[in-house]
Structure formats: C-alpha cells, structure tokens
Design a protein around this ligand. Structure first.
Ligand SMILES: [Zn+2]
Ligand SMILES: [Zn+2]
Length: 171
C-alpha cells in the first residue's frame, strides 16, 4: 500500500502518480510539486525554520504551541458522487482536535449518501479522524510531517521569489 508523498495518508483508492511519487488527489499533487525543490533545502536552515514554527503561536487561534501538523479527514456524498480529502493543517493540538472532531461529525452526517464509495469511505474517514485524535505528534520536537510541510513552505516561498525576480541570484 502506498502513502501520499505530500500528506502521508495511505492511498486506498485512486490517487495521482507523478515522477515516481503518489498523491491522494489533485490537491495533494499540486501541493507536492514543491517537494522536489524542498528536498534541496539544507538541513540546518530547515531545522531552524521547523523549530520556529513548532515553538511559535498557533497560526489558527494565535494560542500557545507547540504547533505541529494535525490532519483531519472529510468525506461528503451526493448519490453517485463521493468526494473525500485529507487536510494537513499546521496548528496547535486544541485546533487539531477541533478540526478532527468537526470532520468526523461532518463526515458522519454527509458522507454516507453516495453509492458505493460513500458507504465504504465514510467509516474509514471517521476512524482516521479518531486515530489521529488519539495519536497526536510528540510535543517535544517538530514531527517529520511538520519538517516536510516546513520544507514545502520554504520551497514555495523560494519558487515565488524566483518567479517574481528571475534574474536575482542568491548571494
Ligand atoms: Zn495526500
Ligand atoms: Zn490553535
């Protein structure tokens, strides 16, 4: 079974393949484009940046950290159409719990009403939220997921700067 190169969720059905990497869906694929640039970021810079995010205030509620990646899982259905997603968010544990509980409840309400995927995927997404809720990242240091998202953020910023100012060289 493969995991999404971006959000690390197990890919059960479908997914997008690109350059030897696999992604949950188009959204993870788009976010994952910067992974290639992200891999080139020096360890020292990445550790410092991830550490700052980890010890900083929560970007969602401005509350105290530690801040890490909390993934919530959602699914909704309308008859023959079922759409499911994994959303990794950089936030504090309290915000993470809020998102996971909200997504579990929301999926329980609107996930079922599609055949066959709604019926298959809804319990999976609910359980994923509950598992994530019960196994939070260790508060002592940035998780691997946070380091990965931090690297992607840095890479995205770098790519945007290159686009805005293509002739500039790094000194
Ligand atoms: Zn993904
Ligand atoms: Zn928060």
């Amino acid at each position: 079974m493969n995991r999404c190169a971006y959000c690390n969720t197990l890919i059960l059905f479908g997914g997008v393949r690109d350059k030897g990497m696999q992604f949950c869906n188009a959204a993870c694929h788009a976010s994952g484009q910067t992974l290639i640039v992200a891999r080139a970021i020096p360890e020292e810079i990445l550790s410092k940046y991830a550490g700052e995010i980890h010890q900083g205030n929560c970007p969602a509620c401005r509350g105290k950290g530690p801040v890490d990646v909390h993934i919530s899982y959602f699914v909704w259905s309308a008859l023959l159409l079922t759409s499911w997603s994994s959303k990794p968010r950089i936030c504090c544990r309290a915000c993470g719990i809020k998102n996971q509980l909200g997504s579990a409840l929301g999926s329980a309400l609107v996930g079922w009403w599609g055949f066959p995927w709604g019926i298959l995927v809804t319990p999976i997404q609910i359980v994923r939220n509950l598992v994530a809720l019960c196994s939070p990242p260790a508060p002592s240091k940035p998780s691997d997921s946070l380091r990965k998202l931090a690297a992607i953020n840095l890479a995205a910023r770098f790519t945007a700067e290159q686009k805005a100012n293509p002739t500039a060289r790094q000194s």
